[in-house]
Design a protein around this ligand. Structure first.
Ligand SMILES: Cc1cc2nc3c(=O)[nH]c(=O)nc-3n(C[C@H](O)[C@H](O)[C@H](O)COP(=O)(O)O)c2cc1C
Length: 237
């Protein structure tokens, strides 16, 4: 697909993709959606949030994660209480006038991760979302509903106009996928075997790019953004 766009800047739909990602899964999905939107002639700002909280953020300061079980379980009380923490918000995610905002969050303990929740409670999110269509996506091993509901509710509270949502979940059964994921968190590489046992993929499924592209196409079409073909050749549009 051609990645050329000859449209004047002012005619391009402007899209913000704001997300948090520790182990890069949400970042991979955000990058795929960003790439597709650019193919469609959009001006895209990808804005990864940084989790700088002095108390909670340290656990997510580096990969691989030593003692992943301990660190993950230690987030449970704060996640249950829906606590917020300090984050650094990229400048692009603190201003408005977008035609679409996409918000992506991993699921942490059945709900939106602390950094994305903190963003959605910040004035920056109100500026980005006010009267603006928004879509959401989650990445998780399995659970996504509470996360999607929270992002939709907070987005609407910020004045956003909800368009659509999707989720990316891992494959495998509960036990094997958990085993595979913990091994990934500990080593920061996907392994197909552990102690001689075949592992399911710990994170995004192999077809996640197709899913991300189909989703963002659906969102773009519902907002009448240019098609990829029209973006590559505006005379034929
Ligand atoms: C603190 C923590 C809690 C998690 N809780 C859940 C959960 O309740 N349900 C689930 O399906 N996945 C859970 N996960 C897995 C993540 O949602 C999943 O690995 C996600 O893809 C990570 O996204 P990222 O790579 O962008 O950080 C949790 C991960 C962490 C770090």
């Amino acid at each position: 697909m051609a990645d050329i766009d000859r449209r004047p800047e002012a005619d391009k739909p402007h899209v913000l993709i704001v997300y948090y990602s520790f182990s890069r899964q949400t970042a991979h999905v955000a990058a795929t959606m960003g790439h597709r939107l650019r193919e469609r002639g959009c001006e895209v700002s990808e804005a990864p949030l940084e989790f700088t909280d002095a108390h909670y953020g340290k656990r997510f300061a580096s990969r691989p994660m030593r003692w992943p079980i301990v660190k993950i379980v230690s987030m449970l009380p704060a996640q249950i209480r829906r606590r917020c923490g300090d984050i650094t918000i990229p400048e692009a995610a603190a201003r408005g006038e977008y035609d679409l905002v996409v918000v992506g969050s991993p699921t942490w303990w059945l709900t939106t991760c602390m950094p994305v929740r903190s963003y959605l409670h910040h004035g920056a999110a109100t500026r980005a979302l006010a009267s603006t269509p928004f879509a959401t996506f989650t990445t998780s091993r399995r659970y996504y509903r509470g996360n999607l509901n929270t992002m939709r509710e907070l987005g609407i509270e910020n004045g956003g106009v909800f368009v659509d949502s999707t989720r990316f979940v891992a494959g495998g059964n509960q036990v094997m996928s958990m085993w595979s994921w913990l091994a990934f968190m500990r080593h920061d590489v996907e392994r197909s075997r552990s102690f001689g046992v075949r592992m399911p993929k710990p994170n995004l499924k192999v077809d996640y790019e197709r899913q991300a592209t189909a989703f963002i196409d659906r969102v773009a079409e519902s907002l009448s953004f240019p098609s990829p073909l029209a973006a590559a050749d505006p005379r034929g549009a």
